[in-house]
Design a protein around this ligand. Sequence first.
Ligand code: SF4
Ligand code: SF4
Length: 235
Amino acid sequence: MQMNGADAKITAELTRLGADMVGFGNLSALEPEARRGFPLGISAGVRVPRELVRGITDAPTPEYWDYYHSGQETLDKLADTGAEYVRSLGYNALALTLKNVKFVGALRSELPYKTVATRAGLGWIGKCAMLATERFGTAIWFTAILTDAPLTAAEPVNESKCGACSACADACPAHAISGKLWNPELDRDEFFDAAKCATVARARAKELIGVDYPICGRCIAVCPRTQRYLDAKRQ
Ligand code: SF4
Ligand code: SF4
């Protein structure tokens, strides 16, 4: 894909700030309210460090729980600083930090980060409802910046690449993953039971690491694409 000046500058800046994946997605097909009137989304992902994912064999670890907080702060900072940079180039930009995310009920946001990431061509939504990528599997967390900058939008990903894999569904202690393949027209509730995941993950985290929060990570760790990332030599 050909990059224009703003594409290259923003990609370089977000990479300098710590992003492992950056992409630009055309959001114009989505409800204007959900995209706050902006036509484009910049998706930026930061991989979960290998040693933390390796630690999750059966259950979450205290280290993974600690990272969960710092990881969210890192993503918010990336989005805030990235949006500031886009504005310094003369465009409007809104960082979709946690405080700027509009929730529709407790377990769903109006514009999920993973929707922006699929629009930006960075991956597909796995059977476990996480954004899945070839390079990092599901061990990568995303944030987003909404903008009117004239960026070159990627070809969106409209198809699951999970195929016949059922590693996450087989490993899920909550039986929250139906095994159905994602496509953009499929509502999350049709292939993933977020309430079951949250209930069982919370109970296990409380029992196993003394944390009253729905944190688990098992589906991330067992994904064959994540395993490939863990085995890869390059950090
Ligand atoms: S986080 Fe845990 S409980 Fe939730 S879907 Fe993944 S494996 Fe299942
Ligand atoms: S474990 Fe398999 S089915 Fe689940 S997200 Fe990864 S590739 Fe897809």
